[in-house]
Design a protein around this ligand. Structure first.
Ligand SMILES: [Zn+2]
Length: 97
């Protein structure tokens, strides 16, 4: 699947995050949503936000020729941390409380 620069319409090469024609950074909305959900999920121990982060990272990957951008990777890791954090919290509450 080809991607195009949202500023000048130039066709972008695989995994390219900066447009060769106008030099602007190409927006990866799904990866951004993934990272934001992952970060909020850590503070609110949100398993749903963790799942959102993982799903959005994978959407970003499929749009990016099955390649995780650095932002998508961050979102994915944050999503996993969210979910693992919630599971650990449940286990601790089960044995301590
Ligand atoms: Zn451009």
């Amino acid at each position: 699947m080809s991607k195009y620069c949202s500023y000048c319409g130039n066709e972008l090469a695989k995994g390219e995050s900066i447009c060769q024609k106008c030099g602007r950074k190409v927006e990866d909305t799904n990866a951004t949503i993934s990272v934001v959900s992952g970060i909020i999920g850590i503070f609110f121990s949100g398993i749903v936000l963790g799942i959102v982060a993982i799903v959005e990272a994978n959407i970003s990957r499929s749009k990016n020729d099955k390649h995780f951008s650095s932002t998508a990777k961050r979102g994915l890791v944050l999503g996993v941390i969210d979910i693992v954090g919630v599971i650990i919290a449940i286990i601790i509450r089960h044995y301590v409380g």
